[in-house]
Design a protein around this ligand. Sequence first.
Ligand SMILES: CC(=O)N[C@H]1[C@@H](OP(=O)(O)OP(=O)(O)OC[C@H]2O[C@@H](n3ccc(=O)[nH]c3=O)[C@H](O)[C@@H]2O)O[C@H](CO)[C@@H](O)[C@@H]1O
Ligand SMILES: C=C(OP(=O)(O)O)C(=O)O
Length: 418
Amino acid sequence: MQKIVVTGGARLTGEVRISGAKNAVLPILCATLLADAPVRITNVPRLHDVFTTAKLLAGLGAGIVHEGDAMTVDPRSVNSHIAPYELVKTMRASVLVLGPLLAKFGDAEVSLPGGCAIGSRPVDLHIKGLQALGADITVDHGFIKARSNGRLKGARHVFELVSVGATENVLMAAALADGTTVLENAAMEPEIVDLAHCLIAMGAKIEGAGTSRIVIEGVEALHGCEHAVIADRIETGTFLVAAAMTGGRVAVTHARPDTMDAVLDKLREAGAEIAIDGDRITLDMQGKRPRAVNLTTAPHPAFPTDMQAQFMALDCVADGVGVINETIFENRFMHVNELVRLGADIRVDGHTAVVRGSDTLSGAPVMATDLRASASLILAGLVADGETVIDRIYHLDRGYENIEAKLSALGASIRRVD
Ligand SMILES: CC(=O)N[C@H]1[C@@H](OP(=O)(O)OP(=O)(O)OC[C@H]2O[C@@H](n3ccc(=O)[nH]c3=O)[C@H](O)[C@@H]2O)O[C@H](CO)[C@@H](O)[C@@H]1O
Ligand SMILES: C=C(OP(=O)(O)O)C(=O)O
């Protein structure tokens, strides 16, 4: 099994290009099922999750052409409405074919995704939202079986909790429903806005994406389009934290600074100087050690849970004590024990971690437990004394494109070994 070996000590400098967002491209690829013609998506990152989604769509019968950073999906040949367990279990976002299949074909069978390392992650809110549009849904033998008698019907629906995936699934389904759908307490993540932009380019009528109230006027049919995926704000944040932890100066390009307020505020609090110029963010730490920051994860525009592990790594080597509250996922502190193996001082009490910054960490073999945990271990390895060897990096390949090449270009000593 492949591992990543990081040797700490280099101060990162230079420029790095940000890829398209995993959490935008996955729902957008699922949304292509709604169209009556090919949809061309560009700025598609080369990620394991993207390949899994392509496999899932191909399994449904869609035509897929992947050239460079563009992927064209032709949904006209779709002849199956079943998303099998083998694919859904490796990637929860597979459940996002549920709304499109149901709205377009009146029929969908999607394996229950189940939990994952970071929490139990139910899909009840997806199901309730689709039921509000008139779907008949049962959960049987590990599958969500959804049918609609004719077209779905637009409705007003209030989500009980803010859920990114449920908002996306119901938004996609409502695009082809009869009449108007009003979604209240919708998630406001930039990836939802990007999905809405793609749907609008396909002919959907959507207002309010990016606010908690989205209004969708269903249309008869959606056509093909071309859409460029928004920049990955979590990849952006991860590189900026790497620069801050190593006392470096790094510019990220092709980024979307307007989606990054909470993360940039915390980096400034940690002592970083940040300059924004269009799609370029430059972080300059001027060789200083970061100051510890406190943070609480919450739905956008608050601090993203997908950056929690990376900031914990920063707090491990910061000056002071950082208190981290995780409010989104019940088990998203899996990286703590691994960071402790590198010499970090972290105490966890329920959803709160108290991190006492130390001057040094010491390299050791560690194990990645999930995607962002993997990133936090690389970040810690960048400043640890000696070699950190990270096992189970398949998690990392789900969501970071060429991370070792990008970090190497900034001066890090990092390599992948078999
Ligand atoms: C592919 C993708 O975009 N993944 C992101 C998406 O995941 P995902 O869409 O799965 O996350 P949600 O926003 O749905 O989850 C938020 C919370 O709601 C709960 N919940 C969710 C759905 C449901 O039906 N019932 C329920 O109780 C979850 O268990 C969790 O506690 O948003 C998360 C929160 O920003 C991010 O960490 C993930 O990176
Ligand atoms: C939790 C994440 O992704 P997913 O929802 O795909 O598991 C993530 O991107 O950090």
